[in-house]
Design a protein around this ligand. Structure first.
Ligand code: SF4
Length: 110
């Protein structure tokens, strides 16, 4: 399952540098994957939609591995001062899927 950031986010930015997959972006900033640039209204290659935020930090589901392969727990959730990094019920995934994504991100260089 990917992690997502709720609208409780206070834009402190503590999470962004902690993400080993560069899955976290500041609100209003476009995100990248495999050299392609995506913005508001663009679906991710997986088909995921609705995660982009113009107002607060957001997580790209196609890049989040829940920190599997790096850490024992999601690092964004561990450092968030208002506990707004939560498991995303819209993107429930098993460990094998998350580790496969980690391998894929390893290959493309994030
Ligand atoms: Fe990044 Fe880990 Fe948070 Fe996912 S759970 S967004 S991989 S820090």
């Amino acid at each position: 399952m990917a992690i997502y950031i709720t609208e409780e986010c206070i834009n402190c930015g503590a999470c962004e540098p902690e993400c080993p997959n560069t899955a976290i972006y500041e609100g209003g900033v476009n995100w990248e994957l495999e050299g392609k640039n995506y913005g508001e209204g663009n679906a991710a290659p997986s088909g995921a939609e609705g995660f982009y935020s113009a107002d607060f930090f957001y997580i790209v589901p196609d890049k989040c591995t829940e920190c599997k392969g790096f850490h024992d727990e999601p690092q964004c959730a561990a450092v968030c001062p208002v506990d707004c990094c939560l498991p995303d019920p819209k993107h429930v995934e098993d460990e094998a899927t998350l580790l496969k994504r980690k391998d894929y991100l390893d290959q493309i260089g994030r």
